[in-house]
Write a protein that binds this ligand. Structure first.
Ligand SMILES: C[S@@+](CC[C@H](N)C(=O)[O-])C[C@H]1O[C@@H](n2cnc3c(N)ncnc32)[C@H](O)[C@@H]1O
Length: 287
């Protein structure tokens, strides 16, 4: 758990893959992107920390890039295949953000020009592409362990890069010419000696749907966030942090493609912060 987690509200489970700890309340889920799909990426001379404004339908366009991508179906099929092979994995539960609502929540942590965003467990890449499309980041990166979801994310990125608006401005321009590099990695976010291994120490904004993390994943995640730099920001779901290395910037509900999750947004204000989670990670690795 990230620095000792506490469940702050009893959410009702509605996860498509049926695993144990994906929790959503289902009340306001799905279809919300259009209403919130009004973000734009700042131009080359835009101010620092600019974010989604109400001036372009960029997020509507981005949402449409995912029309043919059904992450829930992919995850369900992968899980069924694993079960047939006698594999029962915890913590590989699927759910994905509503792009428009994620843009709103991301503003809470004010991604600034030249910063790096990472989604730890990025699924079909909605949060990554949303961050890249809305903010003049240097790098937006996703790390996803399931090859099938990673492949779907790569496909969506390709579609997004080719997509045009009626007015000629391109989503592709926002994603590429806008200066943001998008990296989609396939593998375990907590693996050593991978190109993404230092994600925590190098990111300015970290997002993780920690809702479905197992205790082991929480411990690894807690150890990783202890490496985050002072001034970097972190958004997690369902369980709030208890570490005093982070201050709360905002909390509320994050709409997902199905249902919604509690979210907590933080800024790191001092070094470390692994606390109990780092100790748990050490204990887990000693087992
Ligand atoms: C709840 S989904 C979130 C997807 C995406 N972040 C979003 O909100 O749209 C969590 C994802 O984390 C992935 N995952 C779980 N453990 C992981 C690990 N150790 N490394 C990388 N990805 C992982 C799962 O396969 C799943 O796609």
């Amino acid at each position: 758990m990230p620095s000792g987690r506490k469940r702050t509200r009893k959410d009702k489970s509605s996860d498509a893959t049926g695993a144990s700890r994906q929790r959503t309340d289902g009340a306001d889920g799905g279809g919300g992107a259009a209403a919130a799909a009004t973000a734009t990426k700042g131009g080359a001379d835009a101010d620092e920390a600019e974010g989604p404004s109400s001036s372009t339908p960029l997020l509507g366009l981005l949402t449409r890039c995912f029309t043919e991508v059904d992450g829930y179906r992919i995850a369900r099929e992968v899980r069924a295949k694993q079960r047939r092979a006698g594999v029962f994995l915890e913590g590989i539960t699927y759910g994905e953000v509503d792009i428009g609502d994620f843009a709103r929540v991301l503003q809470t942590v004010g991604p600034a020009r030249g910063e790096t965003f990472v989604d730890v467990g990025s699924g079909t890449g909605k949060a990554v592409l949303c961050a890249a499309a809305c903010h003049p980041l240097r790098l937006a990166r996703g790390i996803e362990i399931l090859p099938e979801l990673h492949a779907a994310a790569s496909e969506a990125l390709g579609v997004a890069r080719a997509e045009k608006t009626a007015g000629g401005a391109t989503l592709g321009a926002a994603l590429a010419d806008g200066g943001t590099e998008v990296e989609l990695h396939c593998g375990d976010a907590f693996a050593q000696d991978e190109p993404w291994t230092a994600w925590a120490a190098t990111a300015d904004v970290v997002f993780a749907t920690t809702t479905c993390f197992t205790d082991e994943l929480h411990a690894k995640f807690g150890a990783a966030v202890a490496e985050m730099r002072v001034g970097s920001r972190l958004i997690v779901t369902t369980q709030a942090l208890t570490s005093d290395a982070f201050v709360l910037l905002g909390e509320g509900r994050l709409r997902c493609a199905k249902g919604s999750l509690a979210y907590f947004a933080y800024r790191k204000v001092r070094e470390g912060g692994g606390g109990a989670a780092a100790a748990a990670a050490a204990a887990a690795s000693a087992d």
